[in-house]
Design a binder for this molecule. Structure first.
Ligand code: ADP
Ligand code: MG
Length: 282
């Protein structure tokens, strides 16, 4: 008689636990449980407090991962916040209103925000910071330049997926349309953009930035009636941020020049694509 083969030894519990925690999508639990167990033993914590500590770590990490996911999904041109925004550089901007908007209650009221002002005054920075604040507070955001959005709408129309894109754009909690006014729109482009604003009206918030005062928006949309109807919707519930003043970039490059008084041709120079101003490479 041959001896029975020894029973396969069961997998060590650590391996099973790791597998189950992965299945349950609890990566922080998995990463931290040994360390937290050692802490719990040192501090004499009971098993409920040990589990509580792990659950809290998982929740904090999950929130952070969700914010990161929202930031990626927003397609911001850069990630900027009000922490790096110098309000003293732009006295025309209503700071209390801006900080109030950063608390995101306008998103619940479905109000819009329009930031107006000349080039380089921080409109893009401010709308990126509002977008980031929205992501941090749990709201899905989509960021576009006006030209980029119109381009995507035209492309979607040509590829017969306009309805799908419109539905996506209508449902996002916050749509940011930066730089309306730098490029005049074709008639189709203007109509497509109008439709988006129209579909979002009272459904979700839209932030628009523009270098043009409202009186000049007709020059972008090329049609007075359309512009009127658009402004009517956009400004129905709106907070206006005015950013008029000296360009922040220009002010900074002047300050740099004061620190580095070499004649311009000795300084490796690059032109700012927006303003055409020469920025010495310091
Ligand atoms: P705009 O969109 O009005 O043309 P930007 O937001 O692009 O201006 O600003 C130009 C540059 O200057 C950006 O790098 C921005 O971060 C910076 N900037 C503008 N205003 C401020 C400010 N008040 N505090 C800090 N940085 C600023
Ligand atoms: Mg800008």
């Amino acid at each position: 008689m041959t001896a029975a083969a020894p029973a396969a030894s069961p997998a060590p519990p650590q391996i099973l636990l790791a597998h189950h925690l992965r299945q349950l999508k609890l990566p922080t639990f998995l990463r931290e449980y040994e360390k937290v167990a050692a802490e719990a033993a040192r501090e004499g914590l009971d098993h409920v407090r040990f589990l509580l500590r792990l659950a809290e770590l998982e929740l904090i990490d999950r929130e952070r991962r969700m914010v990161e996911r929202r930031i990626r999904a927003a397609h911001f041109s850069a990630v900027k916040s009000f922490d790096t925004f110098d309000f003293t550089a732009i006295p025309s901007l209503n700071k209390p209103l801006t900080l109030e908007l950063a608390r995101c209650e306008y998103l619940i009221a479905r109000d819009n925000v329009i930031a107006l002002g000349n080039s380089g005054t921080g409109k893009t920075h401010a709308c990126l910071a509002l977008g980031l604040a929205a992501c941090q507070r749990g709201f899905p955001v989509s960021f576009f330049t006006a030209a980029g959005l119109v381009h995507q709408l035209m492309e979607a129309r040509d590829e017969r997926r306009l309805l799908k894109l419109q539905a996506q754009l209508a449902s996002v909690k916050l749509l940011i349309v930066d730089e309306l006014g730098y490029v005049p729109l074709s008639q189709t482009g203007a109509e497509l953009l109008f439709e988006i604003f129209s579909q979002r009206h009272e459904r979700g918030s839209t932030i628009v930035t523009s270098n043009l005062p409202f009186e000049e928006w007709t020059s972008v949309f090329g049609n007075q009636r359309l512009t009127g109807a658009l402004l009517d919707r956009l400004t129905h519930h709106v907070h206006i941020l005015e950013l008029n003043g000296e360009s922040y970039r220009l002010k900074q490059s002047k300050a740099r020049r004061r620190r580095d008084p070499r004649p311009p041709d000795e300084v490796a120079a690059a032109a700012d694509p927006e303003t055409g101003e020469i920025i010495p490479d310091s």
